[in-house]
Design a protein around this ligand. Structure first.
Ligand code: AMP
Length: 544
């Protein structure tokens, strides 16, 4: 017998309708490409998203068509999130930091019919446009007619102005009702090995994911919050903030393109930001700026951190020096992305010193709706004892079942488990800790060494700006850890001194065999260490 409750569909248009009706007080504050500030409320956003849905129909687009976006965090990008998906089309966010060839590959693979772009990306589109003629019919710049850049496009591809299209349209549009499992947005993985792969989110997965990030122990969102997603809208839908914040009725502060410590501090203080989310490098930049300038960010209560392991020095400094709680979360494009967060239980709050911070290092408990397990050789499930390390598997309603263009279910096993490619432990409290990517793990004499643990310790050294640990071939032990360090500005690094930081923190056999001082480390388009290229450069360092 089914329950006798209404079977209303969970649709993205429902989020913006809700915010427009119930939270007209809240704002969307955007830093424009030219540095000016734009403000309006959820009613304006909802009306403009309807207007945009009309524009899309007039351009001849129909449900399931893909619209690419190359844009910073701002109100027009948000209008695309709602206008495109709300109308039953697919919003395909593209990472502009990728190489032009990768962008062209992604646009062609997705079959984008139109690409909406901020004017800053005109030079990039000049390179990409000739490579995407098979699918793209028009480039629409997100600007007014006066701001339109000139761009020579291949025959058959139109150059259009967003605000002209909007002016020529109207809001006479009713959001369509359809199955909540309909595709809503598409985001490609960064593809550090092989070609990028598309992850196709549905309306249902997007809404369930956003709701799961709202509780107090995750992003803790309220109608009083002023949330600044620093994580780009082209990086896994800005971790769901553009949906979760309107659901809660909070204000969204969109920082645009300048994400350095000085710009972020100014915007935080000007707009009274209470919560933000981003990758560790962003918070390191903010911390360095705050320490150097003596400025404060007293309105901020919490910062969500994920994308790579958050070094303890960042968590500790924000908490102890600035009264800001760091929420250490884990996820990936395939998990929408937030799947776990380190939640404070009464027991964990009672911990002190090193034991407390060891607990805080972890990526935390699964959000309700996500199941996790770790498996060893042959897929045997490993105990949750905080010691056994294995491949991390997840399943749940906002976990990918297949990649774009592949058969449903093809990315998971028969029981729906998706192999994340991460290696982790899970402790008896359910706190998961990522120890490595499976391809980054170091196997020394058959035993595993965690590169993340060694990197976190290295960056706690006052002279170290950034650190990477990679596996180097070793004649006796197969692989041994190699430490690459970037010195902090104005500091010199003595390799033997750096190694002393490991004393008493890890077993002696975990100590890196060599320390290499470099000016900078390579990063992927989403700001993660590009370990593949480091391995290619240094894998024979200990044998040659
Ligand atoms: P992406 O799909 O580009 O978001 O990358 C996902 C990958 O980033 C995960 O599989 C992890 O390897 C890594 N990652 C994300 N969050 C964390 C975290 N808090 N700690 C360690 N690694 C993380």
């Amino acid at each position: 017998m089914f329950g006798l409750m209404q079977d209303r569909q969970l649709l993205i248009s429902g989020v913006i309708r809700h915010a427009a009706r119930n939270h007209a007080h809240a704002e969307i504050v955007s830093k424009n490409v030219d540095g000016s500030i734009h403000r309006y409320g959820y009613r304006d956003l909802e009306a403009r998203a309807r207007r945009l849905a009309r524009v899309l129909a007039r351009l001849g687009l129909t449900p399931e068509d893909r619209c690419g976006t190359l844009a910073w965090n701002g109100y027009r990008h948000l209008e695309l999130y709602y206008g495109v998906s709300g109308g039953g089309l697919i919003c395909h966010t593209i990472n502009p930091r990728l190489a032009p060839e990768d962008i062209a590959y992604i646009v062609n693979d997705a079959g984008d019919k139109i690409v909406f772009a901020d004017i800053t990306f005109a030079p990039l589109l000049a390179i990409v446009a000739p490579m995407v003629t098979a699918s793209v019919r028009a480039i629409v710049f997100l600007c007014t007619p006066a701001e339109m850049p000139s761009l020579d496009l291949p025959p058959g591809m139109d150059l259009l102005c967003y605000e002209s299209l909007m002016d020529g349209s109207d809001e006479d549009y009713a959001w369509p009702e359809f199955d909540e499992r309909t595709a809503a947005s598409l985001c490609y993985t960064s593809g550090t090995t092989g070609r990028p792969k598309g992850v196709l989110y549905s309306h249902r997965s997007t809404i369930l994911h956003a709701m799961s990030t709202m509780p107090a122990d995750v992003f803790g969102l309220s109608a009083r919050d002023r949330v600044m997603p620093v994580v780009p809208m082209f990086h896994v839908n800005a971790w769901g903030c553009p949906y979760a914040v309107p659901m809660a009725g909070g204000t969204l502060i969109m920082p645009g393109r300048h994400l350095d410590g000085t710009s972020l501090t100014a915007l935080i203080n000007q707009e009274g930001v209470t919560m933000s989310a981003g990758v560790p490098t962003i918070w390191m930049g903010l911390l360095n700026h705050l320490r150097a300038s003596g400025e404060r960010i007293d309105s901020v209560r919490r910062l969500g951190v994920g994308g790579s392991a958050c070094p303890r020095v960042i968590m500790q400094a924000f908490q102890e020096e600035y009264g800001v709680t760091i929420v250490h979360a884990w996820g990936m494009s395939e998990t929408s992305p937030v799947a776990s967060a380190n939640m404070m239980t009464p027991d964990s709050l009672a911990l002190e010193g090193e034991t407390y911070w060891r607990m805080r290092d972890k990526q935390g408990q699964a959000l309700f709706g996500v199941e996790m397990k770790i498996v060893g050789d042959g897929g045997v499930e490993l105990p949750w004892d905080g010691v056994a390390q294995g491949d991390l598997l997840v399943r749940g309603p906002w976990i990918a079942s297949a990649y774009w263009g592949h058969a449903p279910g093809s990315a998971c096993d028969d029981d729906g488990w998706f192999a994340t490619g991460d290696v982790s432990t899970i402790d008896p409290d359910g706190r998961m800790e990522i120890t490595d990517r499976s391809k980054d793990v170091i196997k020394s004499g058959g035993e595993w060494i965690s590169s993340i643990t060694l990197e976190n310790i290295a960056v706690s050294h006052p002279d170290v700006q950034e650190a990477a640990i990679i596996a180097a071939h070793h004649p006796k032990w197969d692989e041994r850890p190699l430490l690459l360090v970037v010195p902090r500005k104005g500091h010199d690094i003595v390799p033997e001194e750096i190694l002393k930081i490991y004393d008493g923190k890890v077993a002696k056999w975990w100590l890196p065999d060599a320390v290499i001082v470099v000016d900078e480390l390579p990063h992927t388009a989403t700001g993660k260490l590009h370990k593949l290229s480091l391995r290619q450069m240094y894998r024979n360092y200990l044998v040659s």
